[in-house]
Design a protein around this ligand. Structure first.
Ligand SMILES: *Cc1c(COP(=O)(O)O)cnc(C)c1O
Length: 404
């Protein structure tokens, strides 16, 4: 086994060698521009793009014409939300989202607020799930869009997407979902799930970085978007720019592999995830799972370790690549806003670890990570007077600390 061990597959994934193999010819021999209509170089590229469009559509139950290629999910989220806001702004100026969305959604919504739109940021229940009654109450006759992610990138919680979509459709409101973490990992079907627009990206499904797609429904309802990138009118006028043929081929191949292997892969990864969880829970006390275990991605575990110091914990496991809800590791100075939205206190948010398993992780790595976590947490707790006091039955919330 090699270290460091990569357990951060919600941040990005290693490209599958099969994906790279499919892409390579499109950098060199087949370098044509998919928009060149007059010669075989262009036709070759167009054929490859069409194949990828079908591979992506097949994975999510869409038709190829409903797939719009972008530079990734950040762009797809921007295009969906701003595109709807511009196109349907006459009809209404209200958008609904949730507090735990990815920044590519939240910051886009904030931008629109500055331009006069009204945005409702729904709170989440303690288990990370959306309260459907709150959603129903939030919709007004001015609401034009609901955008709620399929599965969360920190806690892996899967929202009741089909029900959310149904509520939106009953009220004549468009429904966009950031499907980045769910597509290719759990079954997603845009028809059954009542989705009108969905963002996906290559690099979270063992494909290349810098390429993604937006599913845009063509009937029942037919969704129209105002382009955010003007130019040659590519992608049904919704996204101009020369097609990134190698990237698109890679995204297509990544989707085809997911479709073929998803059932088996998710079974294997949920088994490994559950093994990690039960090892940590049986060897350590005062550990807490963040978010629902029942409605969750198979490869995600997010756990807080009480009475350790977040930064020391990360330093202690520096041969394991994970992500933490602690302020010290992120660009912002706030502890995870996702955990905060679930009501997790600052202390537990600071000592939370997100384990994101992936296609290339092994059982040996899971055992190694579990053992490392257990020994580091024990060591830190041995040094912690708080842990000792808690074990002696002292209620720490009632302790009067002397002023410095
Ligand atoms: C990674 C991620 C994004 C951003 O995707 P990019 O392709 O890197 O722009 C958006 N939403 C979620 C939920 C993500 O996990």
């Amino acid at each position: 086994m090699k270290t460091p061990v990569y357990f951060d597959n919600h941040a990005t994934t290693q490209m599958d060698p099969r994906v790279l193999k499919a892409m390579l010819p499109y950098f060199t021999e087949h370098f044509g521009n998919a928009a060149s209509r007059n010669h075989s170089f262009g036709w070759e590229a167009e054929k490859a793009v069409d194949k990828a469009r079908k591979q992506i559509a097949d994975l999510i139950g869409a038709t190829p014409k409903e797939i719009i290629f972008t530079s990734g999910a950040t762009e797809s989220n921007n295009l969906a939300i701003k595109g709807v806001a511009e196109m349907y702004g006459e009809k209404g100026n209200h958008i609904i989202t949730a507090a735990t969305e990815h920044k590519a959604v939240l910051d886009t919504c904030k931008k629109l607020e500055k331009e006069g739109f009204r945005v409702t940021y729904l709170p989440l229940k303690e288990d990370g799930l959306l309260d459907l009654d709150l959603l129903r109450q939030a919709i007004t006759d001015k609401t034009i869009l609901v955008t709620i992610m399929y599965a969360n990138n920190e806690i892996g919680v899967i929202q009741p997407i089909a029900e959310i979509g149904k509520i939106c459709h009953e009220r004549g409101v468009l429904f966009h979902t950031d499907g980045v973490q769910a597509v290719g990992k759990v079954p997603v079907n845009v028809i059954k799930d009542n989705i009108d627009m969905m963002s996906i990206t290559g690099h979270k499904i063992y494909g290349p970085k810098g390429v993604g797609a937006l599913y845009v429904r063509r009937k029942g309802p037919r969704v129209q978007l105002t382009a955010q990138m003007d130019g040659g009118g590519h992608e049904r006028g919704m996204r101009s720019g020369t097609m990134n043929t190698p990237g698109i081929v890679g995204l297509g191949e990544a989707c085809a592999i997911c479709q073929q292997d998803m059932a088996e892969e998710s079974k294997r990864l949920s088994h490994l995830r559950d093994k990690l969880k039960s090892k940590l829970e049986s060897e350590l006390d005062e550990v807490f799972i963040n978010g629902s275990m029942e409605h969750r991605l198979p490869h995600n575990l997010n756990m807080s370790f009480a009475y350790v110091e977040g930064e020391s914990l990360l330093m202690g496991i520096n041969d394991i690549a994970v992500s933490s809800g602690s302020a010290c590791t992120s660009a912002t100075l706030e502890p995870s806003y996702v955990l905060k939205a679930l009501g997790v206190g600052d202390d537990l948010a600071h000592t939370s670890i997100r384990f994101g398993l992936g296609r290339f992780n092994t059982e040996e790595e899971v055992d190694y990570v579990a053992d490392r976590m257990i020994s580091v947490v024990r060591k830190l707790r041995d040094l912690s007077p708080l842990y000792e006091m808690a074990k002696e039955g002292i209620d720490l919330s009632k302790v009067q600390w002397a002023a410095e």
